[in-house]
Design a protein around this ligand. Structure first.
Ligand code: UDP
Ligand code: MG
Length: 324
């Protein structure tokens, strides 16, 4: 934690945007209007996630009108997680609030979220779209998805994937979002040690312009991501405990079977009992594979340890342009 810089502003709004040219002017205007009632020093960071529409031009135009606006343009579409990660790295506010660019999240929620972090001492506050304006094909699987995540993570949130969230500065500077892990930011934060996680019911709107960027496959991938997150957060820094543990188990089973085969053979020979050659007994092959697999798991553990000790960062996306 000692290497974390100091926040120099009160608030950063981080907005990932992929083909949201129509929504952005209205959104930036709305946010600025809401925030004009407060004397917080703030910035709005839009990450243009490799949009193919007019998003980049729109951002250049908006920058002239709104000095608090900053933009990061990706060379291609890297996904929402990469966009958020980049925004987190750029953010300078003591409170960092993320929201979607499509006007589905309501900027009127910003002040209350801000206060929950600054005054009520939360590390992270997640929005809860308790009245959702999305098709049933999205809301139904989402319910299941949230229930599974609640169970596995032990975090009592209703809406893990809500784009509207507020974070303490230290949180966004300590966590890393990659792949499609943006759905599990509260889980990642909790594993990093930020336990004061709150929830706020937020207003939600139907999408007015453009279309959704995520299809039904999000739920399968999302579930696989949850498994890897549980795995990675436990064993990322100590792969040997996972692979070595399994390796020992497998090896021990193999060793015991081998021992049994030997004892049985000697006993049978001594008593003149009918006896099949060791290599003709199924148990022999079980012992053999168990020992080999055990060894391989061990070696995987060592490799894992070597990888962990040499790979500094996981993401490798390229920023084409920054507007400051
Ligand atoms: N988004 C992004 N990169 C992507 C896909 C989406 O930055 O590859 C942004 C998108 O522009 C929006 C937010 O992530 O601001 C949420 O996307 P969307 O509204 O499509 O998701 P939904 O509301 O359907 O869950
Ligand atoms: Mg949306």
């Amino acid at each position: 934690m000692s290497s974390i810089p100091q926040a120099s502003l009160d608030l950063s709004i981080v907005i990932p945007a992929y083909n949201e040219a129509e929504s952005l002017p209205e959104l930036i205007e709305w946010i600025s209007r809401v925030l004009s009632a407060y004397n917080w020093k703030y910035e709005i960071i839009v990450i243009d996630d490799g949009s193919e529409d007019q998003t980049a031009q729109v951002l250049h135009t908006l920058k002239k009108q709104y000095p608090a606006l900053r933009a990061i343009r990706f060379l291609r579409n890297y996904g929402k997680s990469a966009a958020l990660q980049s925004g987190f790295e750029a953010a300078r506010g003591a409170v960092v609030i993320t929201m979607d660019a499509d006007l589905q999240d309501d900027p009127e929620e910003i002040p209350a979220l801000y206060r929950m972090i600054r005054q009520e001492g939360y590390d992270l506050v997640s929005g809860w779209k308790y009245k959702r304006y999305d098709p049933l094909s999205k809301t139904l699987p989402s319910k299941l998805f949230n229930a599974v995540t609640r169970k596995l993570s032990g975090i009592p949130l209703h809406d893990f994937n809500c784009g509207l969230k507020a974070y303490r500065f230290e949180v966004v500077k300590s966590i890393e979002v990659y792949g499609e892990m943006h759905r599990y930011l509260p889980v990642i934060a909790k594993w990093a040690g930020f336990k004061r996680i709150g929830e706020k019911k937020v207003k939600h709107h139907p999408r007015r312009y453009g279309k959704t960027k995520f299809g039904i496959e999000r739920f399968l991938f999302g579930f696989l991501d949850l498994l890897s997150i549980q795995f990675v957060s436990r064993f990322r820094k100590r792969p040997m405990h996972f692979f070595g543990g399994l390796g020992v188990l497998s090896f021990t089973i193999g060793a015991f079977i081998t021992l049994w085969l030997i004892v049985y053979k000697l006993w049978a020979l001594a008593h003149g009992l009918p006896y099949r050659e060791v290599s003709e007994q199924p148990l022999f092959y079980l012992a053999l594979t168990s020992i080999i697999i055990g060894f391989q798991l061990f070696l995987t553990g060592f490799l894992g340890e070597m990888v962990v000790s040499t790979v500094p960062k996981r993401h490798d996306y390229i920023i084409a342009e920054t507007i400051d």
